[in-house]
Design a protein around this ligand. Structure first.
Ligand SMILES: N[C@@H](CCC(=O)N[C@@H](CS)C(=O)NCC(=O)O)C(=O)O
Length: 287
C-alpha cells in the first residue's frame, strides 16, 4: 500500500483536509477506475480535478502531494494514498459493503491487480499513439520540471518509479512518438490477457466468479481505452465482448468513460490518417 509519509509531501495544506478527497482527471483511465469503484460503493467524496491536458499534474502544488505527478490520489482526513489499485484496496477495507473483493479471493485479486498495473505503460503507449497523438508528448522543459519538482521520495526513500515515468517521456521524445515495436509488444500483452479472460468468462459471468469485483472494474477501463484506440475486442474475444457490453450498460460504469465530442472528432481524424498510411492498431499489431 502506497500511503505517503509526511516527509514525502510538500503541499502541507492536505494534512488539514477533512473527509475523502479524490484528485483525478475526467479522462484518466486510473481515475475512471477509482470513480467507478466509488460509484458502486455509494461513497461520498470531494472532487479535486487535475487537468492533465494543461500540465496541472506537473505543478509544484500537485507534485507536492504526489511526488510521482500521477492521478489519482486519495486524501483521507489528511492521509495521502497514491496508486489507483492501492486506493481501491484501502477503500475496500474502510468500506467493506458491497464487497468488491470477494471473500477468500484477496490473494488472487491482488495478483490480478498487480498484473493489470504492470501493463499500465503498455496501455499508455497504445493511448499515446492511437488516441492522444503528439500533443501528449512532453517538451524538454516539461521533462526538466518533472525531474526537479516534488520531494522525489516515497516513505522517505528515493522513488525509483519516478525514473521509469521520466524515461517513458524521454524515450517518447527521442523516438518522436511510440514505435511500431512498442505497439506490437503492448498489443500482444493485452491479447494474451484477454484470451485468458475469455476462458474464465466461459464459465462465470464476472472475472472473479459470480459478482462484479475490482478486477472487472480495472479491466473494463482497459477495454474501453483499447476499443477507443481501435483494438478489435469483440472480434478477438467473444466472451470478453459480451462481458464488456453488460458492464457498459450500467450507468455507474458508462458515465465515467464518456469521451467529449471534440476528443472523439480528434480521435476519428487521427484514425482516418493512420488508416490511409496503413498504420492502424490492427495493422501494426497484426491483430
Ligand atoms: N500506476 C498508477 C498509474 C497512474 C497514471 O499513470 N496516471 C496517469 C493518468 S491514467 C497520469 O497521471 N499521467 C500523467 C500524465 O499523463 O502526464 C496508478 O495506478 O495510479
Amino acid at each position: 500500500m502506497v500511503k505517503l509519509s509526511k516527509e514525502d509531501i510538500q503541499t502541507t495544506e492536505v494534512f488539514g483536509w477533512q473527509g475523502l478527497h479524490l484528485l483525478h482527471f475526467a479522462g484518466s483511465s486510473c481515475s475512471q477506475k477509482t470513480r467507478i469503484f466509488l460509484n458502486l460503493k455509494g461513497i461520498d467524496w470531494t472532487s479535486r480535478h487535475v487537468d492533465l491536458t494543461q500540465g496541472e499534474n506537473l505543478s509544484p502544488w500537485f507534485m507536492g502531494i504526489n511526488p510521482r505527478g500521477l492521478v489519482p490520489v486519495l486524501v483521507d482526513d489528511g492521509d495521502v494514498i497514491i496508486e489507483s489499485n492501492d486506493i481501491l484496496v484501502y477503500l475496500e477495507e474502510k468500506f467493506p459493503e458491497p464487497k468488491l473483493i470477494p471473500a477468500g479471493q484477496d490473494e488472487e485479486a491482488r495478483a490480478l491487480l498487480k498484473a493489470e498495473d504492470d501493463l499500465h505503460l503498455d496501455l499508455r503507449a497504445i493511448s499515446m499513439r492511437y488516441l492522444f497523438g503528439p500533443r501528449a508528448m512532453r517538451s524538454e522543459e516539461q521533462q526538466a520540471v518533472y525531474a526537479n519538482t516534488g520531494s522525489g521520495t516515497i516513505n522517505g526513500a528515493e522513488d525509483t518509479h519516478k525514473d521509469v515515468e521520466a524515461r517513458f517521456f524521454s524515450d517518447l521524445a527521442a523516438n518522436d512518438g511510440i514505435t511500431d515495436a512498442q505497439i506490437v509488444e503492448a498489443a500482444s500483452q493485452f491479447k494474451s490477457a484477454f484470451d485468458a479472460f475469455d476462458n474464465r468468462l466461459g464459465s462465470h459471468p464476472c472475472l472473479l466468479g459470480e459478482d462484479i469485483s475490482v478486477i472487472d472494474i480495472a479491466w473494463y477501463i482497459y477495454a474501453v481505452r483499447l476499443i477507443n484506440a481501435g483494438y478489435p475486442l469483440r472480434r478477438l474475444h467473444k466472451n470478453v465482448g459480451a462481458w464488456f457490453d453488460k458492464l457498459d450498460a450500467k450507468p455507474e460504469f458508462h458515465r465515467e468513460v464518456q469521451m467529449p465530442p471534440p476528443l472523439i472528432a480528434a480521435r476519428d481524424a487521427l484514425h482516418t490518417e493512420q488508416q490511409k498510411q496503413g498504420a492502424s492498431l490492427e495493422v501494426v499489431a497484426g491483430l
